[in-house]
Design a protein around this ligand. Sequence first.
Ligand code: PLP
Length: 481
Amino acid sequence: MGYMSNQQQLLSKIATDNGHGENSPYFDGWKAYDSDPYHPIENPGGVIQMGLAENQLSFDIIEEWLLKNPKASICTVEGMSEFRDVAIFQDYHGLREFRNAVAKFMGKVRGDRVVFDPDRIVMSGGATGAHELVTFCLADPGDAFLVPTPYYPGFDRDLRWRTGVQLLPVVCESSNDFKITREALEAAYEKAQEDNIKVKGLLITNPSNPLGTVMDRETLKSLVTFVNEKSIHLISDEIYAATVFSSPGFISVSEIIDEMECNRDLIHIVYSLSKDMGFPGFRVGIVYSYNDDVVNIGRKMSSFGLVSSQTQHLIASMLSDDEFVESFITKNSEKLATRYKTFSRGLSQVGIGCLKSNAGLFFWMDLRRLLKEPTVDAEMALWRLIINEVKLNVSPGSSFHCSEPGWFRVCFANMDDETMEVALRRIRNFVLKAKEKEVSAKRQPWQNNLKVRLSFRGLDGPHLMSPHSPVPQSPLVRART
Ligand SMILES: Cc1ncc(COP(=O)(O)O)c(C=O)c1O
């Protein structure tokens, strides 16, 4: 106590306000995994990490390209001639060829239906840095952004911690597959006004983390209309743009603003190569703003989080290879589709439902029927059971600010096929066993000794239906994802 208050006097408010959010119960899952990680031979009973929205399915394609293109790296015999120029480069505009290649890649991922201007590409340290950078440009401490729920928990850190900005939830519900409605937006906006909070913008994630769904054209248009009417900003996080693996296809906000009247100064896209290429370690983040001032100021601010010139150089070469990019995008989405199908089929066979989805690196799994009661406490109890006994680290919906307890995000692209089979088997066994226990408890109620009572409302009989099956992605954050 004395020590803490001394620390608090010694350090800044930011340093001591726990704005990083790592003291949440969500991180217990990470700790459980770290202390007992699954290994097929050395620790087959360990925890499988399904809380990490990483794309490790396509590294073979990337590695093949790297072997064929040794010149792209400045630390090879073939690339050494460029070593000096790249090593001293530190201009916050970024390498011209890097910006060109990223702009082209962003267009390609959107089916070449939009063209991105390389001069609007502002670099940052991952989407994490990009979100903070754009927040610094748009809002003052105390101002707020509306964010539809459920949302990526890292936003609570990235947009709020150092900027002093607030996030206000726009409550979305499962009754319409968590679509954002005008009513929900208005309600959140009005509440902010009643509370005297200045709303500076709306932050969306499309495709969604944790839902794995894409937004339809109508919804996007209504969001653009909303921000125009209120004269607030729209930040569209499109970090999962190339993870769409079946129809409907991805529609970027950049397409929508070409189709309707809109004040482009309000529109900003956040992007990164962490998910689409599977490079979270490279920290390639992008702010693409249609607002000239944000581009100019953001570029100066990007000095605080530049992408290293070595990475820019490599990415520039890789993404300028049209044939590679084309084939990577196609093969990557095929791999995600296969993984999704295997997983969703395996879950649906034992009656586990998931939100229907077609993008991302995860499913949004519906375990509401397994809750003893529809509360966050019951969700956390079930979550602890899944970590401690089933030995899977999935992420509870409450960490994504989901308004309905019982949803869990399950990442499926950060493991090999064998590990996925083990994970699937574990979930299925858990559900089947819990069902058996429930049945026998009904017959002999005095023998009920379940540690956590699972109600299984509806898991028998007609409800053994075909759940949709989505899989979700990115976790609350740890620096790793
Ligand atoms: C929606 C969303 N935005 C941003 C991030 C952060 O990405 P980066 O690794 O590029 O900082 C993540 C990572 O999980 C995410 O899911």
